[in-house]
Design a protein around this ligand. Structure first.
Ligand SMILES: [Zn+2]
Length: 133
């Protein structure tokens, strides 16, 4: 049985400037987060597709204090749930629009994937998005 590499491909994509979505080769449905077996058809015949990087911001919050352990040094930062047109959603970091300023963001805003420095991905392997317009 083939064992898909769950996280390393996703992280390598981020480090290379691509947002990858796990995709089932048997039923064609996307999975996020990646899994060892497709939650729709249980197949382990899984691969990756590059996302368009477009999304809609479903919800978000700005953390200025009280970060979880290990995230204190990142304060302030914003996290959000984005919905991708590929049919999945994921938790992301939101790029500030000014210095420590996320006041321009609102729910249902159009957002887009932003490639960040590979060193930053090594330190904090999550996708970053920014407001469009
Ligand atoms: Zn499937």
């Amino acid at each position: 049985m083939k064992t898909p590499v769950i996280v390393s491909d996703f992280r390598a994509g981020l480090a290379g400037g691509d947002l990858l979505i796990q995709n089932c080769h048997d039923c064609g449905k996307p999975n996020m987060w990646p899994r060892y077996a497709c939650p729709h058809c249980q197949s382990d015949n899984l691969g990756w597709v590059k996302s368009s990087g477009k999304a809609v911001l479903h919800s978000f919050c700005v953390l200025r204090q009280g970060a979880p352990e290990g995230f204190e040094g990142d304060l302030p930062y914003a996290i959000g749930v984005v919905k991708l047109p590929e049919g999945v959603q994921l938790l992301v970091r939101l790029e500030a629009t000014g210095e420590n300023d996320w006041s321009a963001y609102g729910c249902d805003d159009e957002v887009e994937f932003v490639a960040v420095d590979p060193g930053e991905i090594e330190r904090r392997p999550c996708a970053t998005f920014r407001r469009v317009g």
